[in-house]
Design a protein around this ligand. Structure first.
Ligand code: ZN
Length: 131
C-alpha cells in the first residue's frame, strides 16, 4: 500500500521513495539521520556507518524539517508521526527504544498493533486492539 508520512507539527513530508527519514539523538550524541522502512511493522533501519545503535538505547526523535520533538503524548517511550494511507490519516506511535518492536496505528479509539513487543504498551494506551 502506498503510504505517506508527515510531521504532526509542520505537516512536512517525511517519506522519500522507500525511506521514512527522521533525525534522532541519543544522550550526548550529536545526532544522526535515521532512515526507516516505511512499511508499518517493518523495523529495518539504515544510518551512517560512523554510528552504532545498541538494543535498549533510548533515542529522541525529531522532525528533520522543523526540528520539533516527535515524542508521543500517549507514552513517553513512544514516538508519533502521521501516516496517510489513501485518503485516511492515522497516528503512528512506535517505540523510541532501539530493538523494541512496538507499533500502534491509531485512528480515534481504534488501534492496530504491530511488532512482538506491542503488548508492552497496550495497557497504557487505553484503546481497543482491532488488529
Ligand atoms: Zn516538522
Amino acid at each position: 500500500m502506498r503510504t505517506d508520512y508527515q510531521c504532526p507539527h509542520c505537516n512536512g513530508h517525511l517519506q522519500i521513495d522507500n525511506h521514512l527519514i527522521l533525525s534522532v539523538k541519543h544522550d550526548n550524541d550529536p545526532g544522526m539521520i535515521l532512515m526507516m522502512n516505511p512499511g508499518v511493522g517493518n523495523y529495518q533501519t539504515q544510518y551512517h556507518p560512523s554510528h552504532t545503535i545498541i538494543d535498549g538505547q533510548k533515542f529522541k526523535f525529531y522532525c528533520p524539517i522543523c526540528s520539533n520533538e516527535l515524542t508521543s503524548d500517549l507514552n513517553e517511550n513512544l514516538v508519533m508521526v502521521l501516516i496517510r494511507e489513501e485518503d485516511k490519516t492515522y497516528e503512528l506511535h512506535f517505540s523510541r527504544i532501539a530493538g523494541q518492536k512496538s507499533t500502534y496505528k491509531i485512528m480515534g479509539k481504534e488501534v492496530q498493533t504491530f511488532g512482538i513487543d506491542a503488548p508492552h504498551y497496550l495497557d497504557f494506551l487505553h484503546l481497543m486492539d482491532m488488529s
